[in-house]
Design a protein around this ligand. Structure first.
Ligand SMILES: [Zn+2]
Length: 317
């Protein structure tokens, strides 16, 4: 909070600056230190207000308390410092597509605990309940600025956006549908990587999604990958890095292994800003950084460019 000062006239007519915060009286200061006050005897000067939980969110970047309604209206971006908070897949889709044009694909497809991995079933059930999603990606065909587009949006709230068999299969089907229909594909990623509870089955998704994208590219159709905080591991080592355009949200952390692992393995000092979107734009992995509020407008602009001003996806698949 900014501090303010006020000028005050004294009897002699001389202007004096009076601080906004009154310093403690000096005469009492010496006395206060003669007896050491007990920690629990010191009472806070102001009573903590009863703020109902879930109404305000503190920005981790600038510390501003933001009214949740305002944060939602601002697409989960801090109005003061532009910090991008995580956003759910449904909200993101809502912010990108023309109203009522999203036709979801495979909404009922859900993961199975094939390997009987300890605790996996419980985590799946917990996240299904918490997110109201069946798995970590929502896919579908939609309209964006007049273009028909195959859109996949990952959700970090579901097991850290990890890629298991369902995420890989849903994205593969989406890309194949885009190839059949002559549509552009856009995937918005946020992921901790492959889902370790599905072992090799999750790793296979890297090859499967990449192969589907190769066929899509063979048909000379555009694929845009949007990387959001954070995009790591097997997702980044496959479809997330294969865009004709790789875009990122501001300050998104993007990489394969995390910075701590790299530092411990290489014993090298990492450069400042390592693995941030801004660092990766400078080093050529990312093509552009697009703030969330400008994302739709920019994507439409890129689609217009790819389709030469015509509206893509005319075959109606
Ligand atoms: Zn902020």
């Amino acid at each position: 909070m900014d501090t303010t000062t006020f000028t005050k006239k004294t009897i002699g007519g001389v202007m004096q600056i009076e601080p906004a915060l009154t310093p403690p009286p000096i005469s009492n200061a010496a006395a206060a230190f003669t007896v050491k006050p007990k920690l629990n005897a010191v009472k806070p000067r102001t009573k903590k207000r009863d703020i109902p939980e879930g109404l305000w969110t503190k920005c981790p970047s600038c510390g501003t308390m933001i009214f949740d309604k305002e944060l939602d209206e601002n697409l989960k971006v801090c109005p003061k410092c532009q910090h991008h908070f995580p956003i759910g897949s449904r909200e993101r889709i809502h912010s990108l597509v023309e109203t009522c044009t999203f036709e979801e694909m495979d909404p009922e497809m859900s993961s199975v605990d094939v390997l009987k991995f300890a605790g996996y079933r419980g985590k799946l059930e917990r996240d299904r309940k918490n997110t109201m999603l069946k798995d970590a990606v929502v896919t579908g065909i939609c309209k964006m600025g007049g273009h028909r587009v195959a859109l996949g949006v990952m959700d970090f709230g579901f097991m850290g956006g990890s890629m298991g068999a369902v995420v890989g299969e849903k994205l593969t089907r989406l890309i194949e549908r885009a190839t059949e229909g002559g549509l552009a594909a856009i995937v918005i990623s946020t992921s901790g990587g492959a889902r370790m509870q599905e072992g090799v089955l999750s790793l296979m998704q890297m090859a499967k999604t990449s192969a589907a994208l190769a066929y899509h590219a063979k048909h000379r159709l555009p694929y845009i990958s949007v990387l959001t905080n954070n995009s790591y591991g097997g997702v980044m080592a496959s479809y997330a890095a294969l865009g004709d355009l790789n875009l990122a949200e501001p300050a998104a952390m993007i990489g394969f292994a995390g910075p701590r692992v790299i530092k411990d393995t290489t014993h090298a000092e990492l450069p400042p800003g390592f693995q941030t979107a801004e660092f990766l734009v400078e080093h050529g992995l990312i093509d552009a950084i697009v703030p969330r509020k400008e994302m739709k407008e920019q994507l439409v602009r890129y689609l217009d460019y790819f389709f030469g001003g015509k509206k893509g996806g005319g075959s109606g698949v």
